[in-house]
Ligand binder design. Structure first.
Ligand code: G1P
Length: 286
């Protein structure tokens, strides 16, 4: 079955970015001039996904409004004859169909995904964690959808992380199939380093079968007292199998100010308009 929909949990309070997140949703913070959420939605669109379900909390409607039309702005750009910028703006609202659902209580990532159940229906779907930005020549989720088509089950993106990162991530126990693909023997959310089966961590891209919703409903609070997607996924692994895909490309965790800054500098260095100036300035200041 085709993967047509994606769920993007974006309801967090962005505590690590306070005070700016008092009024601006974390996923709307900019990487140069694009909000972080733009990258996940663009990756979904590039992989042929047709519909994105954003999970937000009340007061965060700016996140879904970003992907809608902005008539006053469009008219102003048209009046000024700025057609290039007008086209860029229209391309954002034309990118993909967006709807949103609310998560009223912060009960965990599994719970956030469950909020999208009705909007997704009875079909496989993708999940993007917008804190994880992956820059790659081809969209990571597209490759994962191909793997899902061949093998079914659940497909998760993973990367090798240093020891100190292990206790804050989901970790898999991999059985090698090829250099970039493994069958998962077990997965555990936020293990102590000594209990971790490997250093291969789940990074925020998933392709999931619809049965995940029943499994989340059965899942009791796990690591840090939250309903963890990883725990429900481990149940899916048992019944249908699960695969870990090591993606190529650059990954940034923009869930912290330092990670956001690194992603911004990386993105800016690769831009034709400002890259060289930034490189010169960095050389002179460091
Ligand atoms: C979530 C997942 C975790 C994954 C991580 C990747 O954790 O639960 O398995 O490794 O995202 O960013 P969170 O960052 O929400 O604590």
């Amino acid at each position: 079955m085709r993967v047509r929909k994606a769920v993007i949990p974006a309801a967090g309070f962005g505590t690590r970015f306070l005070p700016v997140t008092r009024t601006i949703p974390k996923v709307m913070l900019p990487i140069v001039d694009l909000p972080a959420i733009h990258y996940s939605v663009e990756e979904a669109a590039e992989a042929g996904i047709e519909h994105v379900v954003l999970v937000i909390s009340r007061g965060q409607e700016a996140t879904s409004e970003y992907f809608g039309r902005v008539p006053a702005l469009e008219k102003a750009l048209e009046d000024r004859g700025n057609t290039a910028l007008l086209e860029r703006m229209l391309a954002i609202s034309d990118m993909i169909d967006i709807t949103f659902v609310y998560q009223d209580e912060p009960l965990g990532l599994g719970h956030a995904v469950l909020m999208a159940r009705e909007a997704v229906g009875d079909e496989p779907f993708a999940v993007f964690l917008p804190d994880d930005i992956i820059w790659s020549d081809t969209p990571t989720i597209g490759k994962m959808i191909d793997i899902y088509g061949e093998r079914g089950g659940a497909v998760i993106s993973v990367k090798e992380v240093p020891d100190e990162a292990v206790p804050s991530l989901g970790i898999v126990d991999p059985e090698r199939i090829t250099d970039d693909l493994s069958r998962i023997r077990r997965m555990v959310e936020k293990p102590k380093l000594e209990d971790a089966p490997s250093n291969l961590a789940i990074i925020g891209r998933y392709v999931l079968p619809p049965e995940i919703f029943q499994e989340i409903e059965r899942t009791t609070p796990g690591a840090i007292g939250e309903i963890q997607l990883t725990d429900a996924l481990d149940a899916i692994r048992e019944s249908q199998g699960a695969y870990a895909y090591r993606f190529p490309g650059e990954h940034f965790d923009v869930g912290t100010p330092l990670g956001m800054l690194k992603a911004s500098v990386y993105a800016a260095l690769h831009r034709d308009d400002i890259g060289q100036d930034l490189r010169d300035w960095l050389r002179d200041t460091t």
